[in-house]
Design a binder for this molecule. Structure first.
Ligand SMILES: [Zn+2]
Length: 459
């Protein structure tokens, strides 16, 4: 009898453990002292690595300020504190990839946020990750798959296929420019095709799916509107031949068995690692199976790696330089124009908040340079920006008190269907009953990338 263990992480979002030298209060430190990017390696170290695969189900690369720094500034470039020009397309070893390699990831599927600076970011990591990066439903415009749909690994003469897939709703979850040069196909159909292709060649089929759970996994009752963004239940319900699934995307935790397959959903920032155990008979049929989640918050991930690997990671991550970048200035004088370009809304109020989250500048800023950290802390989580729609009287009263500013020389005209739209990172300044919508935009990342592209807003 052989026992195969599949460890699964998801939605780490580039958050780091303090064992790399980060202060616990740093805005890139993984929540609740968890092991962040080292969570998989920490659990593998704590629970044994024999006949174990470590797989990530996406949203590994973006989400923390450190991740933005690693992408826009590149930790080991020359000693400037300003973001460098981004190009995403050329090969460079991201410190996050270096960490994935040191942690021993066997396969990784991309998540929606991993496309937030275009597919070039992942392409640039392909030379280092090779066939470890798997995704069955992303194609270039000629219809050629950009990543292999799956990879096959051998463990103690047991063969395991790992299929990767990203939510088919990816184009609705990121800016048009990020998916303009790719085709994101239906996840369920592409996974079904990949399972069909690989099932007879292997003993176990594992799916790393960057999407969430849309129904009660036991009885199939809907738990949310079926938008196509989360299809974990439908995948196991409609596709035969999957033995285990790592899902994610919703930043929730879940584990169990559905339609005879195991599944795990390991939360956010590496707080949990999913584990799926298969005990196989001599003929490689499954004798028993079980799923669980491991909490990483009580672990010291420093022990997960040898001294040399720890040193190599500390060097690659270059945290002193990251701190200088975070404390260094960013020019926010183009921010209003950037949001207007993005949303078409010209009336705004932006308030910049310091480390204690006290507002200290208002819309009509006379000093447009604030620190990167202040900029980041100025967007309430998870809704970075809110849009309010006000009556003419309300709008004028707020504009007279300088609570609203506008890009351009004249007040914007009223909306065709009535009222005035105002966009803000400071929803408290407006009547709650006039909220039209709020959005989860990663304006922090996007604006920093655009400031880096200095030609865009040249004076
Ligand atoms: Zn996520």
């Amino acid at each position: 009898m052989t026992t195969i263990t599949i460890l699964g992480t998801s939605d780490i979002h580039g958050f780091l453990p303090t064992s790399l030298g980060l202060e616990p209060t740093d805005i890139s430190a993984a929540s609740h002292g968890s092991a962040g990017i080292l969570s998989g390696a920490a659990i593998r170290h704590a629970h044994g690595s024999e006949h174990t695969l470590l797989i990530d189900a996406g949203d590994y690369y973006f989400g923390s300020p450190y991740a933005t720094f690693a992408h826009c500034v590149r930790a080991n470039d020359t000693q400037t504190t300003q973001p460098a020009q981004t190009d995403g397309g050329s090969a460079f070893l991201s410190p996050l990839t270096k960490s994935a390699l040191i942690c021993g990831y066997d396969a990784m599927a991309p998540g929606n946020h991993d496309f937030d600076h275009g597919v070039g970011v992942l392409r640039a990591q392909q030379p280092f990750l090779g066939e470890k990066l798997v995704c069955c439903n992303v194609f270039d415009l000629s219809g050629t798959r950009i990543f292999p749909a799956y990879r096959i690994l051998e463990l103690a003469d047991v063969s395991v296929a790992v299929i990767g897939a990203v939510t088919g709703a990816l184009p609705q979850l990121t800016a048009f420019a990020n998916t303009a040069d790719i085709i994101v196909d239906d996840a369920v159909q592409c996974i079904a095709d990949a399972v069909h292709e690989v099932r007879k060649q292997v003993d176990l089929v594992i799916l790393a799916y960057h999407g969430g759970i849309e129904r009660d996994m036991a009885d199939g009752r809907p738990t949310q509107y079926d938008t196509g963004e989360d299809q974990a239940y439908r995948i196991l319900d409609s596709i035969q031949g999957i033995d285990g699934m790592i899902c994610g995307h919703q930043h929730r935790t879940a584990y169990g068995e559905s339609h005879g397959a195991l599944y795990v959903q390991p939360g956010y920032q590496g707080e949990f690692v999913g584990a799926m155990r298969f005990e196989l008979e001599a003929d490689h049929s499954i004798r028993s199976q079980s799923a669980s989640l491991f909490d990483t918050t009580a672990l010291d991930p420093e022990h997960a790696l040898d001294v040399q690997s720890n040193l190599a990671l500390r060097e690659a991550f270059n945290l002193p330089r990251y701190r200088r970048w975070l404390e260094g200035p960013i020019d926010v004088s183009h921010f209003a124009q950037y949001v207007t370009d993005k949303t078409g809304i010209r009336s705004y109020r932006y308030t910049w908040r310091d480390g204690c989250c006290k507002p200290f500048e208002t819309a009509r800023s006379t000093s447009p340079r604030i620190s990167v950290e202040t900029f980041k802390r100025s967007f309430p989580s998870p809704y970075a920006l809110s849009v309010f729609r006000l009556t003419e009287e309300e709008y004028q009263a707020l504009a007279e008190r300088d609570i609203i500013a506008w890009s351009g020389s004249q007040h914007p005209r009223p909306e065709t269907l009535g009222g005035y739209r105002v966009i803000t990172n400071d929803p408290q300044a407006f009547p709650a009953y006039r909220l039209e919508r709020c959005s989860v935009d990663n304006v922090f990342d996007e604006y920093i990338a655009q400031v880096a592209d200095s030609t865009r807003y040249a004076a």
